[in-house]
Structures are given as C-alpha cells and as structure tokens.
Write a protein that binds this ligand. Structure first.
Ligand code: FES
Length: 105
C-alpha cells in the first residue's frame, strides 16, 4: 500500500471541493460540516461530473438526474430512472499535516 497525498490539512474548510487525477482515477475531495469525503468524481449513472453536486443529510445528489448516494459508503439511495451501481468511495487517510488515500499499487 502506498500513501498518496492530496491536500494539506491547513487548506481544508467547509465548502472545499477539488478534483484530483491519480493514475486512471478521477477523485473528488470535499469537506462538508467538518467531515471530509473522497469519492469518484463522476456519477455512476451517466458519468456527469459531481463537482457541483448537492451535499447534505449524509448524501450527495447528482445535479443531472438527481440520483442520491450515501456519503458514508456510496450506496444508491434514490433513483429517478434505472438504478445504477454505487458511487465508489475511498477512505480518507491522514499522514502528518496531509490528507490522502492509500492505493494498493
Ligand atoms: S448522471 Fe448523475 S444522476 Fe444521472
């Protein structure tokens, strides 16, 4: 496992939202009400970017078709058309004064 740093803790605050590309992964790191979340940057329904998604009540809502996903584990909570797979989420890992994720390669 290797630690991949994404952001310095000092730069994080509520409303923070930034996209990262790590190898073939496109990730979105957000902070909402003091909690930090890391998940894939595009909706699993039809790949709409989630940068402008609405976050609240423990879920993220894609702005295109309003599918809701759990912030804790990415599961689909609400669909307006055909169900889709869960949103891929990643554990936020802290090392020193940075936040990042662990990758297996
Ligand atoms: S693309 Fe996100 S809900 Fe359809």
């Amino acid at each position: 496992m290797r630690f991949v740093p994404l952001e310095k803790l000092i730069n994080l605050c509520d409303g923070y939202s930034r996209q990262f590309k790590i190898d073939s992964l496109q990730l979105l790191l957000v902070q909402h009400e003091g909690e930090r979340y890391l998940f894939e940057a595009h909706c699993p329904h039809r790949s709409h970017p989630l940068q402008a998604a609405v976050i609240g009540d423990g879920m993220i809502r894609c702005p295109l078709h309003h599918y809701d996903f759990s912030l804790s584990d990415g599961r689909l909570l609400h669909a307006t058309e055909q169900p889709c797979r869960a949103l891929r989420t990643f554990e936020v890992v802290y090392e020193g004064n940075e936040l990042g994720l662990l990758l297996e390669y």
